[in-house]
Design a protein around this ligand. Structure first.
Ligand code: ATP
Ligand code: MG
Ligand code: MG
Ligand code: MG
Length: 575
């Protein structure tokens, strides 16, 4: 590819609505363009990355014996009515009508359609197991689309569905997928964790999420540094449904504004969004009459956002209406009538007594906005409101108790981005849709199913959260839009430079290297800034002076400085 023929549209500044680094950098690198809330154009540079993700996923899915197909984006409602999901699913499911007034859905996932295929195609146990997958557009009308491709409304997912003759075979199919997923995420070159997840009504332990570890992740992961134990927060709490969270939940059920008491709900009620960098709490305060009866309960949502020193904090307070302002910690304390330092600074190391619905709970090492009898905690969104990563260790006792379930150590918490999910479904869908096959004895049996998703378009965002510096993206080789960029300096003035760059370009193309030649005649500074922002791993700079000695400059995106390399050695170095 030649840069002059390609579309390179980098930006100096990220748009104001880009909160996390991956969103900022993907916008600035010209990889995506927003056209509506959670809906993006995948621009040529971004699409190249998405194609790399798809290629690896496709290769490993095929290797694991899955069969590729595609199912329609727009699906007739009848199939979704068979499982009851047309009615049961909330507003995340986009329902549309055609010109005849018939109902359709825009697929958020495809269990219904794939089960319909299986019940038509699979007649006998001899045809099992089968695993169908697609890499296809999904639509979920997310309540809070945000962070660019991380939580879009339209996005691409790889979704696979396994069909088996019995539970054991289904478990084996699940394991094949769980193993393939490890291979896939290893190949991406990312730091990730496979964590136990809630397997819903089915029970058992056959549900795992693949979480890319990143401070901006929306999910909280509980893990044991001394063992293999790792689970998402819901799963971890299901094992230990006691402690402050349970107390808070109980208190929450009693607040003055039923149904508006979680941070997210209250935020939505107020019309502002919670971002992961905002810590939020809902506290309620009672006004009592002289006899001590509660005559009024005020619910306050505190949005606490601060730098490490916590000297500037953003506060939103709900006393029936939104009242936003910037305040210093001291102002907050004054505003809420707190003792200095009580409110806000998540991370204060003093043990604080918390009033939870008039019962006193002790939350060690964490201040959470309680002010003696007047305030009580009514809701904390643990997943979203965990403190900064290096303060997280202090929280472990609060959330799950001391020891990991395997008894091999204390639990720690970190944040993750869910990039994949493997799930044993059982016969939930085959029963609802009467998808049967004839077993060895000629008796009809419901097919045992599993489903397996990968967020294809979320993955590049997750990769950037983990791999970037102040100059831009640092793609792992496997995901880079181009593996190497050739930067000739003033090729219009130096014929030898142009010639050498063209020749190297041809050599690398011949060798199958994903190379881009920057033939735009840009100044070196601007050219380098572009490629550092875009994050191409290898850069070769061809200048007149070095070329006279047969040398060019080579710099890996992770290197602090360039090194001189013989022109003849470049091809060997990059492959
Ligand atoms: P989340 O918890 O982030 O909402 P999910 O559990 O609802 O995700 P699944 O139904 O398990 O998602 O879908 C499989 C994969 O699709 C997820 O692991 C994730 O990587 C991806 N995915 C889900 N929702 C989105 C979205 N709104 N934008 C981008 N990718 C998504
Ligand atoms: Mg979801
Ligand atoms: Mg999830
Ligand atoms: Mg999931």
């Amino acid at each position: 590819m030649k840069a002059s023929q390609f579309l390179i549209s980098t930006l100096k500044e990220a748009p104001a609505d880009a909160e996390v680094v991956s969103h900022k950098l993907m916008m600035r690198a010209g990889m995506i363009k927003k056209i509506g809330a959670g809906v993006y154009n995948y621009m040529p540079m971004g699409l190249r990355v998405i194609r790399k993700v798809e290629a690896i996923v496709r290769e490993e899915m095929n290797r694991a014996g899955a069969i590729e197909m595609t199912m329609p984006v727009v699906q007739p409602a009848e199939l979704w009515q068979e499982t009851g999901r047309f009615e049961k699913m909330g507003p995340e499911l986009l329902r549309i009508k055609d010109r005849h007034g018939r109902d359709f859905v825009v697929q958020p996932t495809s269990e219904e359609v794939v089960t319909d295929i299986a019940r038509q195609e699979i007649k006998s146990y001899k045809q099992l197991p089968k695993n169908f997958y697609q890499i296809q557009t999904k639509f979920r009308d997310e309540r809070r689309p945000r962070f660019g491709l991380m939580r879009g409304r339209e996005f691409t997912m790889k979704d696979a569905y396994s069909f088996d003759r019995d539970v054991d075979a289904a478990k084996a199919s699940y394991q094949v997928m769980a193993k393939a997923y490890r291979k896939i995420f290893d190949r991406f070159g990312l730091t990730y964790r496979a964590v136990a997840a809630d397997s819903g009504a089915i029970g058992g332990d056959l549900s795992e999420e693949f979480q890319v570890i990143a401070a901006t992740g929306e999910d909280a992961i509980v893990y044991c540094p001394g063992s293999d134990y790792a689970a998402n927060m819901e799963k971890a709490e299901a094992l230990a449904p006691v402690g402050p969270r349970a107390d808070a939940a109980q208190a929450m059920s009693k607040v003055a504004t039923p149904g508006k008491s979680t941070c997210a709900d209250v935020a939505e009620f107020l019309g502002f969004s919670l971002s992961s960098s905002i810590k939020s709490l809902v506290v309620a305060t009672d006004t009592k009459d002289e006899a001590g009866n509660i005559i009024k309960t005020q619910v306050s949502l505190l949005l606490l956002r601060g730098d490490r020193e916590m000297n500037e904090v953003k506060v939103g307070k709900l006393d029936g209406m939104a009242d936003f302002r910037f305040a210093t910690l001291a102002e907050i304390d004054e505003h809420f009538g707190c003792k200095p330092g009580y409110l806000g600074p998540i991370g204060l190391k003093k043990p604080v007594r918390l009033i939870v619905d008039r019962e006193v709970a002790l939350m060690s090492d964490w201040v959470c906005g309680a002010n003696e009898e007047d305030y009580h905690l009514v809701g904390v969104n643990w997943g979203r409101d965990l403190p900064e990563p290096d303060l997280v260790a202090d929280l472990r006792n609060v959330v799950t108790g001391d020891l990991s379930p395997d008894g091999k150590g204390v639990l720690a918490i970190e944040r993750g981005i869910e990039v994949g999910h493997v799930f044993y479904l059982g016969t939930k869908y085959s029963r609802a849709m009467n998808a049967t096959f004839l077993d060895v004895n000629g008796k009809p049996q419901f097919m045992e199913m599993g489903c397996y998703g990968i967020g294809i378009t979320r993955l590049p965002a997750a990769a950037i959260e983990q791999n970037h510096d102040e100059n831009g993206i640092i793609w792992p080789d496997a995901l880079a839009p181009f593996t190497v960029v050739l930067c000739p300096i003033s090729p219009d003035r130096f014929a030898a430079v142009k010639e050498a760059a063209d020749a190297l370009y041809e050599t690398l193309l011949e060798a199958g290297v994903d190379v881009i030649l920057d033939d735009r005649n840009e100044r070196p500074g601007a050219m380098f800034a572009d490629w550092e922002l875009i994050g191409v791993p290898h850069r070769v700079t061809i200048g007149d002076r070095g070329l006279k000695e047969g040398m060019v400059e080579y710099q890996h995106r992770k290197d602090a400085a360039s090194s001189q390399v013989a022109l003849t050695e470049i091809a060997g170095l990059i492959q």
